[in-house]
Design a protein around this ligand. Structure first.
Ligand code: NDP
Length: 262
């Protein structure tokens, strides 16, 4: 909804397709594979892929993003895509007229909860602390919404279902230790993200949360390696900020290649 240039909004996959076509028009080539290893060569870098393909390059931009964090409780795996999800924008529509819970106390949780009230009849935000981490404005918006209810000091210990779909969760109150069954049709996780950096561990510097450390020009600690988007950004996480970082990284990579005499 907030990517500039699309007054009626645009879905993520469509935006990606458009960007891809545009890049291809300028000669970009695409290889779909999973990067499994990275090493520095005397004059560049080598990336190995799960298909056992290897690619050598003189400059590299890491834009591997971040993956949604999961709870790791019983029932979660079984009901993934059958009531348990990490994306309200993608799946909210399927919960029209239903009751859902959102887990988390940050801006994402507030945003997801507010968005879900378009479809669900009742949205309960379940947070493990007594106060929310979300910004004041996002909190206020959620609190003023009559469809949103807040439940504090509680964690989901198990996701319950009838074998086909979610029917509720088992809650544990962290203050009293009491367990309680809570009926709901959908479980939306908004408990943060984990940056996808496994391929670069020990070679490219990361912060205490695992995000790649890039300077304001998108350079990492290794000359010739740049980083852009959510893999290097735990603060904004927006498509437009990621695109801006990508542009900066590309311009810096190009400049770096010219400086190397390429
Ligand atoms: P955050 O890390 O800010 O919040 C994650 C929340 O999940 C916290 O409340 C945390 O609890 C809780 N949590 C984490 N792990 C667990 C767990 N295992 N069980 C239960 N609860 C858990 O992530 P967000 O995705 O909300 O936000 C990330 C960044 O993106 C922030 O900087 C945010 O401001 C930004 N953002 C901005 C938006 C906007 O302005 N439009 C929208 C969305 C995000 P605790 O508080 O106890 O640590």
């Amino acid at each position: 909804e907030n990517f500039p240039g699309f007054p009626n909004g645009v879905q993520g996959p469509e935006l990606v397709q458009l960007a891809r076509k545009q890049a291809e028009r300028f000669g970009a080539r695409f290889l779909t594979d999973i990067a499994t290893a990275f090493r520095q060569l005397p004059h560049g870098f080598e990336i190995s892929f799960s298909s056992s393909k290897k690619l050598q390059t003189k400059a590299l931009i890491i834009a591997t993003g971040a993956s949604a964090r999961w709870l790791g409780v019983p029932g979660e795996e079984q009901y993934k895509g059958r009531g348990v999800t990490t994306c309200a924008t993608c799946d909210g529509f399927f919960f029209r007229g239903k009751e859902v819970i959102v887990i988390g106390g940050g801006d994402s949780a507030m945003e997801e909860a507010t968005f879900l009230t378009k479809f669900a009849t009742k949205v309960t935000v379940i947070h493990r602390k007594s106060d929310l981490r979300a910004s004041k404005i996002m909190q206020e918006r959620a609190k003023q919404n009559p469809k949103i209810h807040l439940l504090f000091d509680a964690v989901v210990a198990e996701i319950l279902g009838d074998g086909k779909k979610v029917t509720g969760v088992q809650l544990k109150n962290l203050k009293t230790g009491q367990a309680q069954e809570f009926r709901c049709d959908g479980v939306f996780l908004a408990i943060g993200h984990v940056p996808n950096t496994a391929t670069f561990v020990g070679k490219i510097n990361r912060d205490e949360l695992g995000y790649i450390i890039a300077d304001k020009w998108m350079h990492t600690n290794m000359p010739g390696v740049f980083a852009a988007g959510d893999v290097a950004d735990k603060r904004f996480r927006q498509a437009i900020t990621a695109a801006g970082m990508g542009c900066m990284a590309a311009m810096e990579a190009e400049k770096w290649l010219v400086d190397q005499g390429d």
